[in-house]
Design a protein around this ligand. Structure first.
Ligand code: SAM
Length: 334
């Protein structure tokens, strides 16, 4: 905002908040078992979902007031929303790092336009290289389209292209090394994510979580690894490791076994405009009401500051007092 000098937005645990995750839809063209039920999701009405202008207004408040330096677009599946490049055209003038998480299937048709509109980097989700496992996990027979989406992302010049894989014991944990090999061959950074209790079915159990240490051990046994010092200019949840032979790197996101809450710098806005300070937050702040009731940017900023002022130290997955949020990952925006 012209005339406003940015100041840092800091939560009660002295963590600077500077990373915004915007969900643009709760809808998805996949039905991943660890996220959504096969049928019966209650979709938001179109009018309930924030417009691109409303999303961009929230983003501008965060960047102009508190110098947020990263915005990630997610969902649901962001590419199923109509005319998605237009959102990046609205966000690009903010001059911050623009990223997106996607399942990739629509990238062959969209990647070039997204890149031209200002999107710089993408994470594509790919949990299996086996057609049957991919189908069982996503409930869609779209492995080839996802692989084509990764190629399209590389061709469009996104840099970096990363590939996210949720690892679930007994389902795809035997593919960790194959996925690592895939990342090395393609020149994409694999990011292995521990399975979190955000599945709509509520089937999550601790014994299905493959700890990050185990994932790394399995990869290291085939492709020796060394750890990379964290980049202090850009907080990343993934602990990064590089291959000793110099061919790329790999990350693990140990949200369950070694939560990185102490470094958390992010906040989220759901597709219907609810502001959340944690994936596992139980409280939300309704920014849409402020936007649509004629609230000012100061009103939006005050609501965001109040929510961040109540941000908790961290989630407590595995603790006796852990309470699951009553939303799935797709409804929050992963
Ligand atoms: N549809 C997009 C995609 O597939 O990447 C973006 C939204 S999706 C909710 C974002 C990320 O969350 C994906 O990488 C997905 O694998 C991950 N995810 C979803 N449910 C999860 C869970 N229960 N545990 C861990 N990661 C999960």
């Amino acid at each position: 905002m012209p005339g406003v000098t940015p100041i840092a937005l800091v939560d009660p645990f002295a963590r600077r908040v500077r990373d915004l995750r915007l969900s643009v839809t709760d809808r998805c063209n996949f039905r991943c078992t660890y996220c959504m039920p096969e049928e019966g999701m209650q979709w938001l009405e179109r009018a309930e979902v924030l417009t691109y202008e409303e999303l961009a207004r929230i983003a501008a408040v965060c960047v102009d007031r508190w110098a947020f330096d990263g915005i990630r677009i997610t969902g649901g599946e962001p590419t199923v929303r109509h005319a998605l490049p237009r959102l990046f055209e609205l966000l690009a003038p903010l001059g911050v790092d623009l990223a997106m998480t996607t399942n990739g299937v629509k990238l062959p048709e969209l990647a070039a336009d997204l890149r031209a509109a200002g999107l710089r980097r993408v994470n594509v989700s790919l949990d299996s290289l086996r057609r049957e496992t991919f189908l069982a996990l996503t409930r869609r027979d779209d492995l080839d389209r996802t692989l084509a989406g990764i190629d399209a992302a590389l061709d469009a010049g996104f840099d970096p292209v990363k590939v996210n894989a949720v690892v679930i014991r007994g389902i795809n944990d035997d593919e960790v090394v194959d996925l690592a090999a895939f990342g090395r061959e393609k020149g994409v950074g694999m990011r292995f994510i521990e399975f979190m209790p955000l599945d709509a079915a509520g089937d999550w159990t601790m014994d299905r979580v493959v700890p990050a240490t185990e994932i790394l051990e399995r990869i290291d046994a085939v492709f020796p690894l060394e750890s990379v010092a964290p980049d202090l200019t850009h907080i990343e949840p993934a602990a990064r490791h590089r291959y000793r032979d110099g061919i790329g790197d790999v990350g693990v996101i140990p949200s369950v076994t070694e939560p990185f809450c102490g470094n958390c710098d992010r906040v989220r806005v759901t597709a219907e405009g609810r502001f959340r300070t944690c994936l596992f937050a139980l409280d939300e702040t309704d920014l849409r009401a402020i936007l649509r009731d004629g609230g000012s940017d100061d009103d939006l900023a005050a609501a965001i500051e109040a929510a961040v002022g109540a941000k908790w130290a961290g989630h407590r997955i595995g603790a006796v007092d852990f309470v699951r949020p009553d939303r799935s990952m797709s409804q929050i925006g992963g």
